[in-house]
Design a protein around this ligand. Structure first.
Ligand code: AMP
Length: 444
């Protein structure tokens, strides 16, 4: 059928495709690329192994939880719940939040799964993404990762020391040796109530010297004022009454005992009376792991922290159960590892490296690769790249013992040149017998 002719001026204009604007990662969130992965693996694998050696079991909890879990668990008047939660309402009307920390979810799971019937204490470790709507900056992201460990069901000070000891050991094994354990006790509900009154009276007299946030927090959470990083508030905090002088005899005895255990284990610690931690659920021992030798404010770069939280299980609807735990930020630890320039780069060493030249050889090399990948012989290649010389350089870099070279002639003959990378000696072998021949030459 003849199509009607369209006059030139009536023809639709050719569309010029506009270059699309690239979509970027969400603010405060970042990719962890292959060159960083070996550092992350080193950190996570070291921590996981250490926890397993200490008798901890791995737990994974969902990334989202009911918002109420964090409101009740972490506390209404904390920065995290007040300002930093990613909260949503689902299509069904449920109010849920991306987890800002791991402990509340672990405790919910402990209660929900009846772990109080397990042999106590229950020791759990976890790692995963956490989310806080914080102002993004170096070492502070909106998605970051925690590695954490919790011991639930035991109030002995030996367990506090055990958990600090675990954290200490993990950092030593990762290779960050120059750290300090900052430690304090914030008492129990009884001694804290008395102390809060003392503190409020003190701050009431200095109210004009405080930042706006602290003025607001004073009524509901006066202990958070000790932790404020505003210069003027830090000056006021320096003269504040100290919780350590106001502990009840039980809390005092508990804290003394924790310190004695740490002395016994020869873990150096620094008593820090202004350390209160940002979360409501802590009782008695609180601690942070600070990187020493930083030019930055090390508070800003606290690598991790934790403490005892004897009230949390009750608060979340379980039987009153004592517990203690810690978590560290994997990004900050990875940044520290990078700064320290630790020699972690994996020495990937391959048994054989495949080298080819030309299209037919490339296809044959894929077949050889397929034969070898199914065996215990480790194999490297750079399919589609470079001259024979540059591929041999890559074989050297991969510490390969043998290079398997297929050029145009070998591709036609179905043979492979096997080159001993150390001696430079070469043999031509039949392609179908390559696995047998390689094994023979590797065993020499
Ligand atoms: P926290 O529960 O706030 O004490 O956090 C424990 C550790 O997690 C901190 O010492 C940091 O290493 C890390 N961390 C906390 N918040 C962030 C964040 N916004 N970005 C990166 N790491 C964080």
């Amino acid at each position: 059928m003849l199509m009607p002719r369209v006059k030139k001026e009536e023809q639709p204009e050719k569309k010029v495709r506009k270059k699309m604007k690239p979509i970027q990662a969400v603010k405060g969130m970042k990719d962890i690329l292959p060159p960083e992965q070996f550092i992350w693996e080193h950190i996570l694998e070291t921590s996981r192994h250490m926890c397993q050696d200490f008798g901890f079991g791995r737990i994974e909890t969902p990334i989202v939880e009911n918002t109420d879990l964090f409101k009740r668990g972490v506390g209404q008047v904390t920065d995290i719940v007040e300002k930093e939660m990613f909260s949503f309402e689902t299509q069904g009307g449920d109010k849920i939040s991306l987890r800002p920390e791991g402990t509340a979810g672990v405790v919910r799971s402990y209660i929900e799964n009846g772990m109080s019937r397990w042999t106590q204490p229950v020791r759990l470790y976890y790692d995963g993404s956490m989310f806080r709507y914080d102002k993004p900056q170096q070492g502070r992201y909106r998605e970051f990762h925690h590695f954490g460990a919790e011991v639930i069901g035991e109030d002995s000070p030996a367990i506090d020391a055990h958990v600090i000891y675990l954290a200490w050991k993990i950092f030593q094994k990762i290779g960050i040796k120059d750290i300090s354990i900052q430690i304090n006790s914030i008492g129990c509900a009884t001694c804290r109530a008395k102390y809060k009154k003392l503190l409020t009276d003190y701050y009431d007299m200095k109210i004009n010297k405080l930042c706006t946030d602290c003025k607001r927090r004073l009524e509901k959470n006066p202990m958070r004022l000790l932790d404020c990083k505003e210069e003027k508030c830090m000056q006021v905090a320096a003269g504040a009454p100290q919780i350590i002088d106001n502990l009840c005899p039980e809390c005092n005895g508990h804290f003394k005992s924790v310190l004695e255990f740490l002395d016994e284990l020869e873990i150096p610690y620094v008593l820090n009376s202004n350390l209160v931690r940002g979360l409501d659920y802590y009782t008695r021992t609180v601690f942070e792991i600070w990187a020493e030798g930083d030019d930055n404010d090390s508070r800003q770069t606290a690598l991790g922290g934790g403490g005892r939280y004897d009230g949390l299980i009750g608060l979340l609807g379980g039987e009153e159960t004592p517990a203690v735990g810690f978590a560290f930020g994997v990004e900050r630890v990875a940044e520290k590892v990078m700064k320290l320039n630790l020699d972690l780069e994996p020495k990937i060493s391959k048994d054989v490296f495949l080298v080819q030249l030309g299209d037919l050889a490339r296809r044959k090399v894929m077949k050889v690769f397929d034969k070898i990948i199914d065996t215990d012989i480790s194999v490297g290649e750079s399919v589609g790249r470079g001259s024979i010389k540059s591929q041999l350089r890559m074989a050297n870099k991969a510490h390969a013992k043998l290079a398997l070279i297929i050029g145009q002639k070998e591709a036609l003959d179905n043979t492979v040149i096997v080159r001993d990378m150390k001696s430079g000696m070469q043999e031509t072998v039949i392609m179908n017998e390559i696995v047998k021949e390689v094994r023979r030459m590797l065993s020499k």
